[in-house]
Design a protein. Structure first.
Length: 62
């Protein structure tokens, strides 16, 4: 087991610090569409998965 020190601090001090990092991550990596194709990362993953499963608009579904 590692020796981890946990410091207590008021929630109103800890929350802005933690939220700033998280919100910056969300804005940069998830919320803003890419300039190249206008897709958000989640939409790009869905389209890629559909391609890997050989799904297309002109093929029958099962």
């Amino acid at each position: 087991m590692s020796n981890t020190t946990i410091t207590q601090q008021p929630l109103e001090n800890a929350l802005p610090e933690a939220f700033l990092g998280y919100s910056e991550f969300v804005i940069l990596h998830r919320a803003i569409p890419d300039v190249r194709d206008g897709l958000k990362p989640v939409h790009r993953r869905i389209i890629y998965a559909m391609h890997e499963l050989n799904m297309a608009h002109d093929k029958a579904h099962s």
